[in-house]
Design a protein. Structure first.
Length: 240
């Protein structure tokens, strides 16, 4: 997964930015190619052309519009990360007509919405772990977070508008297979996915999640999730 160093021009804080990956309609993971060495720019207002960039899928060659990579610095600045330009086929040179926004990718938010402090609930059972994850997703801003009455065969523990989540409450680290199964479930329904684990993640599972852009959180018995990879840090910063 491509990563570039980013320095916030407002507070001079250094970050390592990893571009999020979205599934192309063909199924291949796709991400905007980052432009190394180019300066980032603070976002003070939004326009359609600035919010979306053209990306070519390396799997099928399809050109489509994807969210412009952005980073929310803890100082409050929202930074636009430059990408290598790709000419989109089928549009006349100099055309100002906005491209059609794909329905399966959410528009990036301008800045994180203010949130009250998270109030965790203690975890004593596997059901408590699912409830704590549901409470956390609601706190992040996801709407209509629901828990199935019984765990389905897909092992999806939580659903929300545009999201599915899995909660591993076992005492073993979450495996690569767990991550890939969640990603395939999300891909089949064109939603994003989040994983919560009580025992952490195997190294190959973490690497795969980073490559697929899946946020990983670890929960302790107080019910407080902690981000474990860059996608989780981004989700915590920006919210749903």
């Amino acid at each position: 997964m491509e990563s570039v160093p980013v320095r916030c021009p407002a507070c001079r804080r250094d970050h390592a930015y990893t571009t999020p990956v979205y599934p192309c309609p063909c199924g291949a993971p796709t991400a905007p190619p980052l432009l190394r060495g180019a300066p980032v720019t603070p976002i003070t207002h939004r326009t359609w052309n600035d919010d979306w960039v053209t990306v070519r899928c390396s799997g099928c060659g399809r050109h489509d519009q994807w969210p412009q990579p952005e980073l929310c610095c803890p100082c409050g600045a929202v930074l636009r990360i430059p990408v290598r330009p790709v000419a989109a086929p089928g549009r006349p040179a100099g055309s100002s007509a906005p491209p059609v926004r794909p329905s399966h990718i959410p528009l990036p938010r301008t800045a994180p919405a203010p949130r009250p402090p998270f109030r965790p609930q203690a975890i004593r059972t596997a059901r408590d772990a699912v409830g704590a994850a549901a409470q956390y997703l609601t706190w992040l801003g996801y709407r209509d977070v629901v828990q199935p009455a019984g765990r389905p065969a897909s092992r999806i523990d939580l659903r929300a508008a545009g999201l599915i989540a899995q909660v591993d409450s076992t005492t073993r680290p979450t495996t690569l297979r767990d991550i890939e199964c969640l990603w395939l479930n999300a891909l089949s329904t064109s939603v994003t996915s989040v994983f919560f684990s009580l025992a952490g993640y195997a190294q190959d599972a973490r690497e795969r999640a980073d490559g697929l852009g899946i946020p990983l959180f670890v929960m302790d018995l107080t019910g407080t999730p902690q981000p474990m990879n860059p996608p989780a840090d981004e989700l915590l910063s920006s919210g749903a």
